[in-house]
Design a binder for this molecule. Structure first.
Ligand code: UDP
Length: 339
C-alpha cells in the first residue's frame, strides 16, 4: 500500500515516515513545500532508514498541483495530513495566513480523497482545541470552548470539516489525533525539531540555551496556581506520536466496522511543570541551564494534560518514552546539529 504523508519534511511528519519505514511494508510518498522545513529532512530519513522516498515540493493550496500527485499515484491507500502552520503567537498576528493555509490545504486533501477514492485519512489535530477547559485531564468528548487563537480555531474547524465530509462519504474514514506537547528526537539523535527561526517552544529553547545558541531561557510566569507556580503541560515523545499514526491507520485498515470518524488524544497523561522539565533536562544533559522566571506569556493556560485512556484502549498505544528519555534525545539531537 502507498501512503501519502503531507508535511513529510516537518518535525512530526519526518518521524512518522521513519516509523512507517521501520515497522510496515507501506511505501511512502511525501508532499512538503518547505515553508517551515527543509529538504535535508529527507536526507536524515535516508540516513536513519537506509531508504529514499519520493517527494513533491508542492503547496497544498494549489489544487491542480495536488490533484496531479494523486493522479500520478493512483495506488495511494491512505493519507496522513500534517502539513499546516503551527505557531500560536504567529497565528494571532497573521490570522488570514493561518486560515488560508490550514483550511484550504485540508479542503484540497479532502477533495482529492473523494475524487481519487482514498479510503483512509489521519489528521493532525491539537490539544489547543481544548482552550481553557477547566476539567483536567481533558477527554475527547469534552464540549470544546471558543478557541484561544486562530491556530487552535483552524484545528477545530478542520475536525468539523472532516466530520461533515465523512458523513456524506461513507467510503472515507478518518481519525483525528489531538497531540499534546510533542518533544524530543529520534533515539539515534539524527533527526529532531529544526527551528528555522528563533524557537517558540520550550524544549528547543532549553537545548539551544544549553548549547549556547541562545543566552537565557525565560520561564513564562512563576505565580500560576500549580505545584511550583509554573505552567503544567503534557510532554510526549515525538516517536510515540509517530507510532500512534501508524497504529491509527492500521486500525482503519484492519477494522471495517470502525466508526467513520473518531478523535483520539495523544499525551502521556502526566502533567509536568516548566521547572520539572528544566530539572529533567539538567539531569539528563549534565548542563546547568541559564534561566530566569519572567512575565506570563499572553494566551498560556495554567495547566493542561491528557486523559489518554482512549488511545490505550482503542489503538493499544502505550507511550514508550518518559520525560528523561525525551530530554536525553532532544539533547542528543542538539549536540548532533553542532557537530
Ligand atoms: N515556556 C517557557 N519559556 C519559553 C517557552 C515556553 O516558559 O521560552 C513555557 C510556556 O509558557 C508553557 C510551556 O513552556 O507553559 C510549553 O510551551 P510551548 O510553547 O512549548 O507549548 P504550548 O503548551 O504553548 O503549546
Amino acid at each position: 500500500m502507498k501512503i501519502l504523508v503531507t508535511g513529510g519534511a516537518g518535525y512530526i511528519g519526518s518521524h512518522t515516515i521513519i516509523e512507517i519505514m521501520k515497522h510496515t511494508g507501506w511505501e511512502v510518498i511525501s508532499i512538503d513545500n518547505f515553508s517551515n522545513s527543509s529538504a535535508a529532512a529527507y536526507d536524515r530519513i535516508r540516513s536513519i532508514t537506509g531508504k529514499s522516498i519520493r517527494h513533491y515540493d508542492i503547496d497544498l493550496r494549489d489544487l491542480s498541483a495536488t490533484s496531479k500527485v494523486f493522479a500520478e499515484n493512483p495506488d495511494i491507500g491512505g493519507i496522513i495530513h500534517f502539513a499546516a502552520f503551527k505557531a500560536v503567537g504567529e497565528s494571532v498576528e497573521k490570522p488570514l495566513m493561518y486560515y488560508d493555509n490550514n483550511i484550504n490545504s485540508l479542503a484540497h486533501i479532502l477533495k482529492c480523497q473523494q475524487q481519487f477514492n482514498v479510503p483512509y485519512l489521519i489528521f493532525s489535530s491539537s490539544c489547543s482545541v481544548y482552550g481553557n477547559l477547566r476539567e483536567l485531564p481533558v477527554t475527547e468528548n469534552s464540549v470544546l470552548p471558543k478557541a484561544e487563537s486562530p491556530y487552535a480555531y483552524t484545528k477545530q474547524i478542520g475536525e468539523v470539516m472532516i466530520a461533515d465530509f465523512v458523513n456524506v462519504n461513507p467510503d472515507c474514514k478518518c481519525i483525528a489525533l489531538r497531540y499534546f506537547n510533542p518533544v524530543g528526537a529520534h533515539e539515534s539523535g539524527m533527526n529532531g525539531e529544526l527551528a528555522l527561526t528563533r524557537p517558540n517552544n520550550l524544549v528547543p529553547y532549553i537545548t539551544q540555551t544549553a548549547i549556547g545558541k541562545l543566552e537565557q531561557l525565560t520561564v513564562f510566569g512563576g505565580n500560576y496556581p500549580t505545584r511550583d507556580g509554573t505552567c503544567v503541560r503534557d510532554y510526549i515523545h515525538v516517536s510515540d506520536i509517530a507510532s500512534a499514526h501508524v497504529m491509527a491507520l492500521q486500525k482503519l485498515i484492519d477494522e471495517p466496522d470502525f466508526p467513520n470518524y473518531d478523535i483520539i488524544n495523544l499525551g502521556t497523561g502526566n502533567g509536568v511543570t516548566v521547572l520539572e522539565a528544566i530539572q529533567a533536562f539538567e539531569r539528563e544533559s549534565g548542563v546547568s541551564l541559564n534561566y530566569k522566571i519572567g512575565e506570563r506569556r499572553p494566551g498560556d493556560v495554567a495547566a493542561i494534560y491528557a486523559n489518554n485512556t482512549k488511545a490505550r484502549e482503542v489503538l493499544g498505544w502505550v507511550p514508550q518514552y518518559d520525560l528523561d528519555a525525551m530530554m536525553r534525545s532532544a539533547w542528543k539531537w542538539e549536540t548532533y546539529l553542532k557537530e
